[in-house]
Every structure is written in structure tokens, then in C-alpha cells.
Design a protein around this ligand. Structure first.
Ligand code: XMP
Length: 518
């Protein structure tokens, strides 16, 4: 494996992700990892991540002296990225000091021809000039003993350093981010060519490893519960748990009356019958709709749904008895957000998801997906045999159609919305554009407009269609839908859904609009 020692950069997991994309097994360790921990695994190379500290400051983190000794004894190749390079400099006698100004953004990197041979293995096949992403304050002022400069930018003579005898390299820039288009080639050169790491690792290995870990943690008797929605994250997480502990994993699907058309039935069929997951479905539609009756204020609706969901979940947990662990489908982007965010924030929308559960229940968390990005979860889902329909499903918010049925919530409006939504999704699939879109849904507006159908005047509801493209759901652009598809969707909704006589298309991006309407 490749050992990545994490100095706390927000990109550390991206290094792991890139290495995994090369089908090479890697693990992320604390930068302070003890040598015995590393010695337990067959490490063939080490990557030192970036980090927010300055190597010359007292109290800044450093790799354990015994780990350096092990690296030298085993002649392990090392690649230091940003702080990681400065750590190499710190240990081998280079000089690091604050740069005159922080360097942040794209930089053009070129080779230092005089030292071409030293950089050959790492960057020899890269073009004369290439773009990489910089994000640093400190800079190398002199190279450490035994190293030479191999790359430079207009701003720095020391953008890359090498000691080919020791197979040690340092980079001032971040090859792991997408703004460094050739970064993956560079990482491949290090991991595959220089370290000689085997390239036979795949997503199923992640699954095996996780299954082993859960069995060890939960023991032969322990029970785990988890809420499922039928979306890709909760489905993949549930399959992993079922594989690890069988029926001691209890999945709970709460039907709050605000699910999509046939959703509860289909999720039960897929999860229970096809995937063999121990699933209980709680039909709580009346309870939710009773509590939501007459409520029109979005935050109030969200609060009611959130707290009722927790109540039901707890009631079900009590019925199962002595549960020790809670499964959560946390993904890596959620982890980065919660770690990197420090200050107080204005509540834009009080998101309801399972994250609100554990405090009162004193359950220990199991988060199998916390190191993965959404597309990796999808790849894992496919590797685990989850059907494509679930794997590629757009995300669906916890409060469901309640926040897409604006204003008053009742079964009649919800059913109208369910029909319109089902038509939309059907047409997107028929046109073959469902996967181009990050999220697509219908919204029922609390507005009536006049229309004419046959010889009759109508006075009915307006339905808005919202389709967005996004990578992270933090920002989004409205989807430029082909007119013919829009036309078909509008025609079918107006003709087939009684109570709707007008369809509009939402062309707002986020920000300033949000993806959901409430
Ligand atoms: P907004 O509307 O804030 O939505 O732009 C961003 C993403 O979050 C989803 N969303 C939710 N997901 N519980 C969830 O699990 C919620 O309460 C919730 N509210 C919004 C939304 O569907 C979009 O994908």
C-alpha cells in the first residue's frame, strides 16, 4: 500500500482518492503515526500531505523520527506535497520561510533543464510547461542536502525538488486537485513507476475491508440500526452492513406520506426482496400529515417533519431493543464541510437528515462512506450489485415532497405533485437525459391561474419544473433542457394531472436561488 500521512490539508482525502483511481491501495494515517502501525502493513511508498501549519513554528506537526528511520532503512520512496515538501526540507536541512505573499491559484510550472535527469522518473513525461494548483504561504528558500530543483514557476525556483538516490521528491503545488490537469499523471509516475505499487486494487476491496472492520467493532451480538430512503448512499451503506452482520442490521424506512409515487412499495421491494436487507417500513403518513395540517411556513414544516422522524425512529429502535450502533451514510464532502467550517452561520434552511439522531439516543456511529465521494459510492454500489436504478437516482431531501408542495399540505395536493413528478422523471428517462441532470423535480405552487380546456374555463394550480446541473449541490445551474422535452413534459402534466393547468420552468441558478423552493 501507499501510506498517506495527513498533515491536515483539506485536500488530503483527494490524494487518497487519486491514488485509488489508479487502482492502487492506499491508507490515510495521521502525520504522527507510530512506526509500528505502518510496519503492520506492506508500505511501498509514502506521501506527505499539505497542511495549515508552518514547519518552523514551535508545536508544528512532524513525522515521527522512528518513521523517518524506517523510511530510510526500507528505502521507501517519499513524495511531499506543499507542507509535505517543507517537512522534507525541515528534516534534510533545507530552509523554509514565509513567502512574500501567499500564492493561491493556477500556476504554470516548467522543468529545470539542468536537472532533468533527477526529475526524470517523476515528471520526465510531462510537457515543457504545465498548469498546477498552488495554495501556500510558506516557501522553500534553499533545497535540502542531496536534493536538486527540478521544477519552477515564475514565482519560485523551488516548485519541485528531487533526490533520485533516496527516491524522495517534493512539490510545492497540489497535483491531487482537479485544477491540476496533469496531476494524476504525476501521481501515477510516483505511485506506480517509482514505488512499484501493484495496480490491482478495486472498490470491492474497500467493501471487504469495511465489512471486516464492522464485524470486529460490532462483535458477534451487537445490533445496528439505520434509516434508509432508497437513495444510493443509504442503499450502499445498508448492503455493506447486511453483508457484515446480516439481520443484526435493522433498516428503517419511514413513509411520511411525502414520498414519491410508489416509492415506499418499490424501496421495500428492492431492499427487502432483492437485496435481502432486514427492513421495516413504518407507515406514518397520517401522523405526519395530521401534524402538518394547516402549516404553510417552510421552516415550521421542516421542523415538524424532522422531530416527528426522530420520534418514530426512536420508537422503532425501542421495539428492536438494545441497539448499540447507528448507521449513517455520511459522505466525504459532508466531513470536509463540518471540519473546515468554524464560524457561526445563518440558517438558510434547517436540513433534516439522519445527522440529527444520535445525541439523544447515545448510539455509536458507523459511517462506511465517510471517505468516499458520491461518484465513488456509485462505483461501489455497482461493484456490490446494487441495481443501476438506485445507483443513479437523484438525491431526494428528507422532508420529501412536503417542501415541494408549497403552502398547504394535504393528500390531494401531494397526489397531484406525485403524478406530475412521475411524468417528469419518466420523460427525462425516455429522452435519455436523466443522468445529465443533478436533480429534477416538480413543485406544486399555491397559485391558481385561468386556462381553457375544450370549451371550458379552468382555474387550477401551477406546477413548476426544476432541473439543475451541479457537482456538489452547493452551487447549481438550471439545466438547459431541449425544448421538445420541455414541451412533452408540459403537455403530459397538463393533460394527465387533474388540477394542474399550467407548467412553468425554473431558470434560476444557485446562488442566489436554492435548489429546493422551500
Ligand atoms: P438547497 O435547497 O439548500 O438544497 O439548495 C441543496 C441540496 O440539499 C437537499 N436538501 C435536503 N436534503 N434534508 C436532506 O436530506 C433536507 O432537509 C434538505 N433540504 C434540501 C436538496 O434536495 C439539494 O439536493
Amino acid at each position: 500500500q501507499i501510506a498517506i500521512l495527513d498533515f491536515g490539508s483539506q485536500y488530503s482525502h483527494l490524494i487518497a482518492r487519486r491514488v485509488r483511481e489508479l487502482n492502487v491501495f492506499c491508507e490515510l494515517y495521521s502525520c504522527l503515526v507510530e512506526p509500528q502501525v505502518l510496519a503492520r502493513n506492506k508500505v511501498v511508498g509514502v506521501i506527505l500531505s499539505g497542511g495549515p501549519h508552518s514547519v518552523y513554528e514551535a508545536g508544528s506537526p512532524h513525522v515521527h523520527a522512528e518513521v523517518w528511520k524506517m523510511i530510510e532503512e526500507k528505502k521507501l520512496p517519499v513524495l511531499g506535497i506543499c507542507y509535505g515538501m517543507q517537512e522534507i526540507a525541515h528534516v534534510f536541512g533545507g530552509k523554509v520561510a514565509p513567502g512574500l505573499e501567499r500564492e493561491y491559484g493556477k500556476a504554470i510550472v516548467s522543468h529545470i533543464d539542468a536537472n532533468k535527469a533527477a526529475g526524470e522518473a517523476l515528471v520526465g513525461d510531462l510537457p515543457a510547461e504545465f498548469q498546477m494548483w498552488m495554495s501556500h504561504g510558506d516557501k522553500l528558500h534553499s533545497v535540502p542536502t542531496g536534493f536538486v530543483d527540478i521544477l519552477r514557476t515564475s514565482n519560485s525556483q523551488h516548485a519541485g525538488i528531487a533526490n533520485p538516490e533516496k527516491k524522495m521528491y517534493g512539490l510545492q503545488f497540489h497535483p491531487e486537485v482537479t485544477h491540476s490537469p496533469l496531476g494524476k499523471d504525476l501521481l501515477r509516475n510516483f505511485v506506480v513507476n517509482i514505488c512499484g505499487a501493484p495496480t490491482n486494487w478495486n472498490m470491492l476491496d474497500i467493501a471487504d475491508e469495511f465489512v471486516r472492520e464492522v464485524r470486529e467493532r460490532v462483535g458477534p451480538e451487537g445490533k445496528v440500526i439505520g434509516a434508509v430512503s432508497g437513495g444510493v448512499d443509504s442503499t450502499v451503506a445498508a448492503v455493506l452492513l447486511k453483508t457484515a452482520i446480516g439481520d443484526r442490521f435493522h433498516a428503517i424506512l419511514v413513509d411520511n406520506g411525502c414520498l414519491r409515487k410508489n416509492e415506499a412499495v418499490e424501496v421495500v421491494d428492492r431492499m427487502r426482496n432483492k437485496l435481502g436487507i432486514n427492513l421495516r417500513c413504518v407507515d406514518a403518513a397520517d401522523r405526519f400529515l395530521g401534524l402538518l395540517a394547516g402549516k404553510t411556513e417552510p421552516e415550521e414544516k421542516r421542523k415538524i417533519i424532522g422531530t416527528t422522524f426522530i420520534d418514530i425512529f426512536q420508537e422503532e429502535a425501542l421495539k428492536i431493543g438494545a441497539v448499540d450502533y447507528l448507521l449513517q451514510g455520511t459522505l466525504y464532502p459532508d466531513v470536509i464541510e463540518s471540519i473546515s467550517y468554524k464560524g457561526p452561520s445563518a440558517v438558510i434552511k434547517s436540513h433534516h437528515n439522519v445527522g440529527g439522531l444520535p445525541a439523544t439516543m447515545h448510539l455509536k456511529l458507523i459511517e462506511p462512506l465517510r471517505e468516499l465521494f458520491k461518484d465513488e459510492v456509485r462505483t461501489l454500489g455497482i461493484a456490490l450489485g446494487v441495481e443501476e436504478f438506485s445507483v443513479w437516482r437523484h438525491p431526494f431531501p428528507g422532508p420529501g415532497l412536503a417542501i415541494r408542495c408549497l403552502g398547504e399540505l394535504n393528500m390531494e395536493n401531494l397526489d397531484m405533485l406525485r403524478e406530475a413528478d412521475a411524468i417528469l422523471i419518466e420523460e427525462l428517462n425516455r429522452a435519455g437525459i436523466y443522468r445529465e441532470i443533478g436533480q429534477a423535480f416538480a413543485v406544486l405552487l399555491p397559485v391558481k391561474s385561468v386556462g381553457v380546456m375544450g370549451d371550458f374555463r379552468t382555474y387550477e394550480k401551477v406546477c413548476a419544473i426544476r432541473c439543475v446541473q451541479t457537482t456538489d449541490y452547493m452551487t447549481a445551474d438550471w439545466y438547459h433542457m431541449p425544448y421538445e422535452v420541455l414541451g412533452r413534459i408540459s403537455n403530459r402534466i397538463i393533460n394527465e394531472v387533474r388540477g394542474i393547468n399550467r407548467v412553468v420552468y425554473d431558470i434560476s441558478s444557485k446562488p442566489p436561488a436554492t435548489i429546493e423552493w422551500e
